[in-house]
Write a protein of this length. Structure first.
Length: 802
């Protein structure tokens, strides 16, 4: 019998009839009949061998079924007798021999032992041989013979079955064998032989007697031979036609047989493939389900699924911890058990509206709502609900987390913000009050110093001039400190106002160099400005604040420089449309362990710094100002080698330069009125009043009258109608601003120009004063030259108008 694969590859037989002559025709016909006879004999042989193979497979399957059954049950216990003595090859197995509670002795028949006995009895009854064999066996009688050994070797190459016509003891047999694979149930008896699960430990063979089949073949051959002789005689004349029909039949039969076998093979492959695919899908599905359950139960957020009626389907572990219910207590119940009474109807109406109209209020979005625990405690949750359809059924999934702590943090954050804002307001108010209270005595100190220094009638000696200068320097230093502290407070409070514009870098640096020239001359320091007037570089910044920053950096570079030192000013373009301005000195530098404190307020690093004037907050203010203008400041420094401070600012278009009003050069012109002007000064501080009296004394064309409160000032203004009024803001009773309103309401006084002169010096104070109607707002301490210019300017304008 040829293997199935060989049958598939077998070549088709062809006929080549020759009709040229009768002899050839007869020879062909005879040959065809002879071939037909030969073919039919072979076909009979193959068919009978196929029948024998089918019988062998059926017996093998029967033996295998018994063996598998015994393997699953670990063998069977039977009463031992002469035919079934205890198996000496199972001595290593515990409980091979047992005694029942009734005292009956039993011995274990392992699957191989049982099969061997059954096969022997089957051979005695039906003549069919069988064996469980191998190269390594418990029982030597099961050792493979030569043919079985060859079959076992073929199994190792991947063949799944072996069959062959052979002889046993001189009689013809069909031998059929398949491998026996090691299973878990085999370990008990055969594990000690070295086999592992999955190993081929032997084979199961079946041998079918061929003599009955051969007898049938011989009988059929005789019958076929007679038939062919008859056919040869009957159809000899029409052999040619018959041969054609036979050829077609033959070819069709072969094709059909081949197609049938191929179809069966393909079908078997598809069944196996489909079975494996389904098993894999089932395994994957089970694994996905298991992982999803693990994910849900280990999720930090609560996850609940429900149907369209609001009945809970699943309830994960986080939800159990959050609500205090177990999943068994919630599954199958309404979601309303998790909601406070006030929210149940609202939730139901949301769902009903969505189911009937498709309009979503809560589906597909995140929201905050109140939930209720098992102990009736209500708490806030953030929840997101989504919808999926499974088999046309709607499933809603809610993912949520407890935001109780978040809500508490929000409340605490708001409270902390309010506290910080209140504290900042208190600090700002304190600094503003401190500024006011310090400026008032400074007004007297600096004002009288200016009068002493400018008194031409009683000039000071050189020694007195030096003393006055020291007082002036000290007062100005204190004033500078007050201004810096005010700036710092405004920046920290976010109330700093900036007027950004396009600024020519060369011009502003050149202006700052001029302003610090006195300082450089004192220490013989050279400033090297590497910018040229032809370099048209512009930055976008607040002009006043940028000048303040540059002056601070230049003054630091001078103060902490060595005598006869130098300062370099460079400008470079950097990639992101920024310009970098660097001020580099070769002075004392900053210790490396102190450099992280450079921008902290009130920080000074050198032991010699106590002899150098400074507020200690200039760099702090500069850093915050530069960052408020979308810039950056950084530095490098080495002790005893110098420092490099660089600021980076966004470039600006030079075509958008803002033109500033130039100072009117005529404002310094002296007033030469035909008549003396009257000045009313409303001030409650005696020193400030006395200072103004001294100042006006030098102005022979001005006569001063005064009032110590706003009410008195308004009355005097109404009665005397002075040419100009100087008004303090913080007065006892009504304020200077309220007094100004009264003056503006009175036809007699509404056109009198009023100058504000106050220790309230914040930008907010100045803006408020100018909005109230003051013609100008001057701050204490008074600058004698500045107030003289303002008085002259206002009185000149008033004269021209009149």
């Amino acid at each position: 019998m040829k293997p199935l694969t060989n049958i598939i590859n077998e070549k088709k037989s062809t006929y080549n009839p020759n009709l040229s002559s009768l002899i050839v025709f007869i020879i062909i016909c005879t040959t065809l009949i002879g071939f037909s006879l030969y073919w039919n004999i072979n076909r009979l042989h193959d068919e009978k061998i196929d029948d024998a193979l089918t019988e062998a497979k059926a017996n093998w399957n029967k033996d295998q079924a018994f063996r598998i059954w015994a393997t699953k049950h670990g063998g069977v216990y039977v009463k031992p007798d002469d035919r079934t003595p205890p198996n000496t090859f199972l001595k290593h197995i515990p409980n091979r021999d047992i005694v029942t509670t009734e005292g009956i002795k039993l011995t274990l028949m392992n699957p191989a032992y049982m099969m061997r006995q059954m096969i022997e009895e089957y051979e005695e009854d039906y003549g069919i041989k069988g064996s469980i064999t191998g190269k390594i066996t418990l029982n030597p009688i099961n050792h493979a013979d030569e043919w079985e050994s060859q079959a076992l070797d073929r199994f190792k190459t991947g063949e799944s079955e072996v069959y062959e016509e052979s002889t046993i003891n001189g009689e013809p047999y069909l031998r059929y064998m398949k491998p026996m694979v090691m299973e878990e149930g085999c370990i008990k008896c055969h594990g000690h032989l070295g086999f592992k699960v999955g190993d081929i430990r032997g084979g199961v063979s079946v041998s079918i007697k061929l003599k009955p089949y051969l007898n049938l073949i011989n009988t059929s051959i005789r019958s076929i031979t007679i038939d062919h002789i008859v056919v040869l005689m009957v159809f000899y004349i029409g052999i040619f036609s018959y041969s054609r029909v036979d050829k077609k039949r033959y070819i069709a039969q072969k094709a059909y047989e081949k197609n049938r076998i191929q179809y069966e093979i393909n079908l078997e492959k598809k069944v196996k493939s489909r079975t494996l695919e389904l098993k894999n899908k089932e395994r994957e599905s089970n694994e996905i389900t298991r992982k999803l359950e693990e994910i849900m139960n280990n999720a930090a957020d609560g996850i609940i699924t429900s149907d369209e009626r609001g009945v809970i389907i699943s309830f994960n572990r986080a939800a159990e911890n959050m609500f205090g219910y177990s999943s068994e207590e919630t599954i199958g119940r309404s979601l309303n058990i998790l909601l406070p009474d006030s929210s149940k109807n609202t939730h139901d109406s949301y769902i009903n509206k969505y189911l009937h109209t498709g309009i979503s209020t809560i589906i597909g979005s995140s929201r905050v709502l109140e939930a209720k625990r098992k102990n009736a405690e209500c708490f806030p949750i953030n929840i997101a609900i989504s919808e999926i359809k499974i088999n046309e059924k709607r499933i809603f999934t809610a993912i949520f987390h407890d935001i109780t702590k978040q809500k508490q943090n929000e409340i605490e954050l708001i409270q902390a913000k309010n506290d910080a804002e209140n504290a900042n307001k208190v600090k700002t108010d304190f600094i503003s009050a401190m500024s006011h209270d310090l400026r008032t005595p400074l007004n007297a100190v600096l004002g009288f110093c200016q009068l002493l220094a400018t008194n031409q009638e009683e000039p000071l000696t050189e020694n007195q001039k030096d003393n006055v200068k020291e007082i002036m320097d000290g007062g100005n230093h204190l004033l500078h400190l007050i201004n810096d502290i005010l700036d710092l407070a405004k920046i920290e409070a976010g109330k700093i106002s900036l007027n950004t514009e396009s600024i020519n870098v060369y011009s502003i640096i050149d202006e700052c160099i001029t302003l610090v020239k006195t300082l450089t001359n004192e220490k013989n320091i050279i400033i090297k400005n590497h910018l040229k007037i032809s370099n048209n570089y512009f930055v976008r910044a607040d002009n006043t604040r940028l000048k303040q920053i540059l002056l601070n950096l230049l003054s630091n570079a001078i103060k902490y420089n060595n005598d006869n030192g130098s300062i370099d000013i460079n400008l470079t373009e950097i990639s992101n449309n920024y310009l970098k301005i660097c001020i580099i000195d070769n002075g004392t530098g900053i210790p490396e362990n102190k450099q992280h404190q450079v921008f902290n307020p009130f920080t000074r690093f050198h032991s010699s710094a106590q002899h150098i004037e400074g507020t200690g907050i200039g760099l702090t203010v500069s850093k915050q100002l530069i960052e408020a203008m979308n810039g950056n400041i950084n530095f490098k420094s080495k002790l005893n080698q110098g420092s490099s401070f660089c600021i980076e600012l966004p470039k600006a278009d030079k075509t958008k330069i803002t033109k500033h009003s130039e100072i009117n050069n005529t404002t310094n012109s002296k007033l030469h009125p035909e008549n003396t002007s009257t000045l009313l000064y409303v001030e409650d501080n005696p020193q400030s009043l006395k200072l103004m009296e001294k100042l006006v004394t030098s102005l022979t064309y001005i006569k001063m009258i005064s009032a110590t409160n706003a009410e008195e000032g308004v009355k005097i203004a109404t009665d005397k109608q002075p040419d100009i009024i100087i008004m303090d803001i913080n007065l006892p009773g009504i304020s200077g601003i309220d007094a100004l309103k009264l003056l503006k309401q009175n036809n007699k006084t509404k056109n009198i120009p009023v100058i504000a002169l106050s220790a309230a010096a914040t930008q907010r104070d100045i803006n408020q004063g100018m909005e109230s109607g003051f013609c100008c707002y001057l701050t204490k301490p008074v600058n004698v030259e500045e107030i003289t210019i303002e008085l002259n300017s206002i009185l000149n304008r008033s004269r021209k108008i009149s």
